[in-house]
Design a protein around this ligand. Structure first.
Ligand SMILES: [Zn+2]
Length: 225
């Protein structure tokens, strides 16, 4: 589960199937709950002692695309947020996401803004404005190479390789990075740029998390990508 004061953590819900009274619908996806956790000693696994549902975001269950988007948000949070370390802002990001997209599938551009917002609060935002190796600012209106393993664009004299970002797409990404607060999609990009955008984020998320988010496949097909 995702928590405000202890990052992500795992807990055992004993007799959960039999004890519907104790847990109610609290163990469903997209449920915000108040939970009490106990454990016998440090290092022992947590037990979910009781849970009270505060809010169930049922809108995610009503549509395949929205379900994929909500699942991706949960998966991304789980992959990026450390185990049992407080990450209050990342938790707020997840609650915000539930509120914003329960009844409206975010488009691929909107999702990138969301992903960058989470990466920013966790200090993992990739750089699109300057070379991550030498720090030199990329000239405006120029293309650049995005190297997901390096964490951003790498200039030619530093051996830049990877995905070629055209100037419009690079500007989009710089502004998307800056939209962590407002979550506004910065202007229009075309369909071929959306494909490149998605490839950049998929590679980068996999590099940071060292895992592949499984729900992205379903989300891509909801987008027709
Ligand atoms: Zn450089």
């Amino acid at each position: 589960m995702a928590t405000a004061d202890a990052g992500t953590l795992s807990a055992i819900a004993r007799h959960a199937r039999r004890s519907t009274k104790r847990f109610g619908g609290a163990l469903e996806l997209f449920t915000v709950m108040e939970a009490r956790l106990e454990r016998r000693k440090e290092e022992a696994p947590w037990n979910l002692a009781s849970a009270r549902v505060l809010r169930y975001h049922e809108g995610f269950a009503g549509d395949v695309g929205r379900f994929a988007a909500g699942s991706y948000a949960i998966e991304l949070h789980r992959m990026l947020v450390p185990h049992e370390i407080a990450e209050v802002e990342a938790y707020s990001w997840l609650l915000d996401f539930f509120g914003r997209y329960e009844n409206a599938l975010p488009g691929p551009e909107q999702m990138v803004v969301e992903e960058l917002a989470l990466l920013t609060v966790l200090g993992h935002a990739p750089r699109f404005d300057r070379c991550v190796t030498c720090g030199r600012e990329a000239p405006e209106r120029s293309w650049a190479s995005f190297d997901h393993a390096a964490g951003g664009i790498v200039c030619r004299s530093c051996g830049g390789r990877g995905i070629r970002l055209g100037s419009r797409l690079r500007t989009f990404l710089i502004e998307a990075n800056a939209a962590a607060e407002s979550r506004e999609v910065p202007g229009k990009i075309d369909a071929s740029e959306v494909v490149i955008l998605r490839r950049c984020l998929d590679l980068y998320v996999r590099a940071v998390a060292d895992r592949e988010p499984r729900s992205m496949t379903a989300l891509r097909s909801a987008w027709g990508l």
